[in-house]
Design a protein around this ligand. Structure first.
Ligand SMILES: *[C@@H]1O[C@H](CO)[C@@H](O)[C@H](O)[C@H]1NC(C)=O
Ligand SMILES: *[C@@H]1O[C@H](CO)[C@@H](O)[C@H](O)[C@H]1NC(C)=O
Ligand SMILES: *[C@@H]1O[C@H](CO)[C@@H](O)[C@H](O)[C@H]1NC(C)=O
Ligand SMILES: *[C@@H]1O[C@H](CO)[C@@H](O)[C@H](O)[C@H]1NC(C)=O
Ligand SMILES: *[C@@H]1O[C@H](CO)[C@@H](O)[C@H](O)[C@H]1NC(C)=O
Ligand SMILES: *[C@@H]1O[C@H](CO)[C@@H](O)[C@H](O)[C@H]1NC(C)=O
Ligand SMILES: *[C@@H]1O[C@H](CO)[C@@H](O)[C@H](O)[C@H]1NC(C)=O
Length: 627
């Protein structure tokens, strides 16, 4: 959504412009195309200097330019969404509301309480003038990007920014660890000419009122990554933030789970196989609880948005040629299908929904027209059987797996709601375009992440969320550019409901205890593995990523269940992983898509096959570095 940046220099001699260069400004502007401002504060007697730069993507309430300042000289930059926890009136802007609360905080614990209450994604930078403190941080899951960079040459400086610019300087950017919020005492630092960060970590607040350390608060881990001239401390008074979700339930059933359900040994799983599970009263109740909590999360994410722009043009459009406000990153797999089906419940009926489906061309276009009636399939079952056996060459050009399941998924959604306009946006990417855009944009957005997997997913998500492709209307393919500023993604489902194949491996080796450990670890590192990157990638189009599966209420609900309720990895692929979600999808009215096995985006979109196919996902990606 927004682009925020602050450069704090512990000297007033050198200009901040050495760090804050044109390319960084350009990259920030792409995230916040609606309004850009800069502000410099120089506290010369104490000899420090700060530049604040704010770039706004306008989504809710009245347009609020950033940075915000008040009469006490406080400064606030906010890249977030308050979905809940703190009251934001219909026509209010959450930036203003947060700033108002912050400036009335009289001590540190007030500030920590405020951020403990917010439900929704955020990163922020706050300058508390009276104390000379600079506060900053990211939400518990790290759903918004924030990077830091430290300079130790002419003048010591700390830079914070939503996105970086690849620079020739040796000073690397790193993601700010989403382990809590940080405070820098600029006055003290300017006097001692050293940078000291104070971390206030997240801690669980359990029912018994005992406070437990969270998995990730590890100060040592963060310190290891910092340059030697920066130190990290924690306040002795043990002040901390309270996690917005309950801890993971690690209960493991004593007896092996007894199944009233059909013994599924047949490898062709069908939607009917889900039926038996729903006969169980207890299971059915959980399934409906999941639907309710997820539906509510989707609702908040599709309705918290300024929709009336059309009205202000003064025209009354005779034909409702409404534009889409919401898009879904759409592979036709179960996560994106369920999100699309739930979004349909809450988005005004006359508004189209864009389903963004990306495909990478595998080879130079072989000029063979469709003599083979190619895989135009109506059932996913069928197409999956074919996909597993069809050599890549048999698929025509852009008919990659995600395209095929995407089309099948579209048919299911059209059945669920025939009156909705579903724009299935086919985004075909050629090797040439991939190379060009990677060089111009994607490489610095993925940065500081750097693996082959980051490259594949970064590129796939960038092209998908850009939303430029073709839609079929009345049988004709027409160019189309999605106007939706909100992009919903299904990330978080696999980490919470044991969707990845590595979870099967883990379960086989270490049982449910091992699986619990793995899932807890994965949710703990999702900020550094995925979310910062995805926010930078999607934000680059002046759009905002929203993650229903990482809504605090959804995570708390799923965390409260023992893993045996969420998945049953003794069952075959296509049913055992994310079992609870599959049951929910069935109850919502989805059909064959409910039993699709997981296919990772890099394989589904075939980007992983496009360039070198012999690399390991965890290798450093040379294509990102050769910029
Ligand atoms: C932002 O919201 C506040 C509170 O609703 C309002 O007073 C203010 O005018 C808004 N800011 C702008 C720039 O519209
Ligand atoms: C912080 O200030 C609030 C009033 O704003 C007060 O109620 C609270 O006791 C103070 N906490 C500490 C730890 O000083
Ligand atoms: C820790 O927090 C307390 C209470 O807000 C404050 O008085 C104290 O100065 C802080 N200590 C350090 C080392 O920052
Ligand atoms: C698996 O199920 C399919 C469809 O229900 C059926 O046609 C097939 O015979 C079954 N195979 C086995 C080995 O049971
Ligand atoms: C793939 O193409 C080859 C050669 O055109 C053909 O012989 C083969 O039957 C095709 N396979 C499938 C599964 O369509
Ligand atoms: C994109 O790829 C699809 C195959 O999935 C093809 O049907 C369509 O014609 C392609 N569109 C363009 C503009 O090349
Ligand atoms: C964990 O799950 C078990 C079994 O459903 C339940 O009895 C227990 O209350 C749960 N614990 C927590 C902390 O939610």
């Amino acid at each position: 959504m927004c682009g925020i940046c602050c450069v704090a220099s512990l000297s007033v001699q050198h200009t901040i412009g050495r760090v804050f260069k044109e390319d960084l400004l350009c990259n920030l502007r792409r995230r916040g195309p609606d309004c850009s401002q800069q502000q410099i504060k120089t506290i010369s007697d104490l000899s420090y200097q700060c530049l604040f730069s704010g770039h706004v993507l306008h989504l809710r309430g009245l347009m609020t330019p950033q940075p915000l300042t008040d009469i006490n000289n406080n400064v606030f930059l906010w890249n977030g969404e308050v979905f809940n926890g703190i009251h934001v009136g219909l026509v209010e802007n959450d930036t203003q509301v947060m700033f108002h609360h912050l400036s009335s905080c009289s001590n540190e614990s007030d500030i920590l309480s405020l951020f403990s209450l917010v439900r929704g994604p955020w990163s922020f930078i706050y300058y508390q003038a009276s104390k000379h403190y600079l506060w900053f941080g990211r939400d518990y899951f790290g759903r918004r990007s924030l990077l830091w960079q430290f300079n130790n040459d002419l003048d010591r400086a700390l830079c914070l920014s939503s996105v970086s610019a690849l620079s020739e300087s040796d000073n690397q950017w790193q993601e700010v660890p989403a382990s809590g919020i940080y405070r820098v005492d600029l006055k003290a630092c300017a006097i001692s000419q050293s940078l000291v960060l104070t971390l206030y970590p997240w801690k669980y607040h359990t029912k018994e009122n005992a406070i437990e350390e969270t998995f990730l608060s590890g100060r040592d881990q963060i310190s290891k990554e910092l340059p030697s001239y920066v130190s990290l401390t924690m306040n002795d008074s043990k002040l901390s933030l309270i996690t917005p979700v309950v801890p993971l339930n690690r209960t493991v059933p004593e007896t092996s789970v007894d199944t009233h359900c059909p013994n599924i040994t047949n490898s062709t799983v069908t939607v009917d196989d889900l039926h038996g599970f729903l006969a169980e009263e207890h299971k059915k109740k959980l399934v409906h609880q999941l639907i309710d909590v997820l539906s509510e999360a989707v609702k908040r994410r599709v309705l918290y948005l300024f929709r009336d722009a059309d009205q202000h043009t003064g025209e009354i459009l005779s034909k409702p040629t409404k534009k889409a406000h919401i898009a879904v990153l759409f592979s036709g797999g179960i996560d994106s299908m369920l999100i699309a089906a739930l979004a349909d419940r809450h988005i005004p009926l006359e508004e189209p929904i864009d389903l963004l489906n990306v495909a990478f061309m595998i080879k130079e276009q072989t000029k063979q027209s469709n003599q083979k009636k190619n895989l135009e399939l109506h059932s996913c079952q069928e197409c999956f059987k074919k996909l597993d056996t069809t050599p890549v060459d048999n698929l025509t050009c852009f008919n990659v797996p995600d395209r095929i399941t995407g089309r099948a998924g579209l048919k299911e959604l059209e059945t669920i709601n025939p009156s909705r306009t579903w724009n299935f946006v086919e985004i075909n990417v050629t090797l040439e375009e991939l190379k060009r855009m990677r060089q111009q944009h994607i490489s610095y957005l993925v940065y500081p992440l750097d693996t082959v997997l980051d490259d594949s997913i970064g590129c796939a998500v960038w092209f998908a969320s850009r939303g430029e492709g073709f839609i079929t209307t009345q049988g004709d393919l027409k160019p189309y550019k999605s106007s939706a500023k909100i992009v919903l993604t299904g990330i978080g489902a696999d980490e919470q409901l044991a969707g990845y194949s590595r979870h099967r491996v883990c379960f086989k080796k270490y049982g449910l205890e091992g699986l619990n450990k793995e899932l807890g670890m994965e949710l703990g590192r999702i900020s550094s593995r995925n979310l910062g990157r995805d926010d930078r990638i999607i934000g680059d189009h002046g759009k905002e990523a929203r993650f229903p599966f990482l809504d605090e209420d959804v995570v708390s609900f799923l965390n409260s269940l023992p893993v045996s309720e969420k998945a049953d990895l003794t069952l075959p692929r296509g049913i055992g992983e994310k079992l609870l979600l599959r049951l929910a999808a069935k109850e919502v009215g989805l059909k064959a898509s409910t039993v699709l096995p997981k296919r990772a985006m890099q394989f589904g979109s075939r980007i992983a096959k496009m360039e070198k196919s012999n690399e390991k996902a965890s290798d450093k990606c040379s294509r990102l570095q050769s910029v």
